[in-house]
Unconditional design. Structure first.
Ligand code: LMR
Length: 390
């Protein structure tokens, strides 16, 4: 049964983990996979997570199944965080827990195929390398537009507007809610409002990938993009990840929210999501969602988590500002947010940084800002400045 299988290229991002680990140089720098690191280069479990885990150890009385929707308290509490109280005033919605943000994206893609086969999803270029394979695998036709001018380090807002003009009513636009991966370049609040209005008027459907809420400007500020759609469009899809803002990476903690126009539509969405998830994973893994629910249900744990999240955000923004200040060519980084920046480096330049200096980043020139340290920023800038292609 395996004769038809062809070799597959290794995942470019994940393979960096192994190559970095195998590099014996002590001054090597890991700017690869999007994992938060502290000044010592560690990714410790958050204190709020540890305390919630202790609580679970004490109180959890069973590991029996919860059902295909997963932990409903988690889904509701996380929904408040993303949309504001009462789902931002939208009464008709469907939501379920998923294995990570990737699980949520997959469920959203499958729902689109069932609900409106043949409708295209529009992806900005560049985007997270897993986006296109997820929609391709589900069978959603993909259209692309330029989101970012790498050499100029600016958002191509004009290209987004043009893409929305070319799209057919019912087409879907995948948008990064905040902390754009891989560029760090987000839309401004005014731009979010404008595109929400255009999407509503043109019958386009936003599909927001929100994987970094709280790591840009703050929990509320980073939700402004998602919330701009609440009063503007009849339907929206939102994939949420708790991997980064709760540091739960390997626990695979995510959720999918579908905003619907009517009670019956919301019910059909939920029934289909449940039947799809039953086939894909039957039930989502419990632990991460139970931890997030315990944190968000307890005001003192929530306050501790928010402090820890603010520390992560401040470290990222501080390093970003420091790097931007090293040279005018890097100044545009200052207004960008989140874990990533995409530098105008050719694949050859990226290869040479790896070979000669042990600096690890994907060939796209994306860097994980959290992989830098206050004392390595200027050295890193010296290494890359002669290689920038602008
Ligand atoms: C990244 O973009 O580095 C992260 O989201 C990790 C991943 O799964 O690719």
């Amino acid at each position: 049964p395996f004769a038809g299988l062809h070799h597959q290229p290794g995942d470019a991002l994940l393979s960096l983990i192994a190559s970095y680990a195998a590099d014996p140089r002590s001054d090597k720098m890991d700017l690869g996979v999007g994992i938060y690191r502290d000044e010592q280069g560690n990714t410790p479990v958050l204190q709020s997570v540890k305390l919630a885990e202790q609580q679970l150890m004490q109180e959890q009385g069973t590991k029996s199944y919860l059902g295909a929707e997963g932990n409903k308290a988690y889904v509701a509490l996380l929904g408040d965080l993303v949309f504001g109280p009462d789902m931002g005033g939208r009464p008709f919605h469907a939501a379920l827990q998923t294995p990570g943000g990737t699980g949520a994206l997959c469920m959203g893609a499958e729902l689109i195929v069932r609900g409106s086969p043949g409708r295209s999803i529009w992806l900005g270029e560049p985007t997270w390398p897993n986006h296109a394979p997820i929609f391709q695998k589900a069978g959603v036709p993909i259209e692309r537009y330029d989101y970012y001018d790498v050499a100029g380090m600016t958002v191509r807002y004009d290209a987004l507007l043009q893409a929305m003009e070319c799209a057919q009513p019912g087409d879907i636009f995948l948008l990064h809610g905040c902390c754009h991966n891989p560029t760090g370049a987000d839309l401004s609040p005014a731009q979010w409002q404008e595109i929400a209005g255009i999407m509503g008027a043109r019958g386009l459907v936003p599909f927001v990938d929100l994987a970094y809420q709280g790591l840009g400007d703050g929990l509320e500020e980073d939700a402004a993009g998602v919330r701009a759609f609440l009063n503007a469009v009849p339907q929206a899809i939102v994939a949420v990840s708790c991997s980064k803002n709760f540091g739960l990476y390997r626990e695979r903690t995510g959720a999918l929210y579908v905003i619907a126009d009517a009670a019956d539509e919301a019910a059909r969405c939920l029934e289909n999501l449940i039947s799809l998830s039953r086939v894909f994973w039957s039930m989502p893994p419990d632990h991460g969602a139970a931890v997030v629910a315990a944190i968000l249900a307890d005001p003192s744990l929530t306050a501790l988590w928010q402090t820890e999240l603010a520390d992560m955000r401040q470290r990222l923004n501080g390093l970003r500002a420091q790097l931007a200040a090293t040279h005018p060519a890097l100044a545009p980084l200052a207004s960008q947010r989140g874990m990533f920046a995409t530098l105008p480096l050719s694949p050859e330049a990226v290869g040479s940084l790896r070979e000669r200096f042990g600096v690890y980043m994907p060939l796209s020139g994306r860097i994980n800002i959290a992989g830098l340290r206050a004392e390595t920023v200027s050295h890193f800038a010296e290494l890359i400045l002669p290689l920038l292609s602008r």
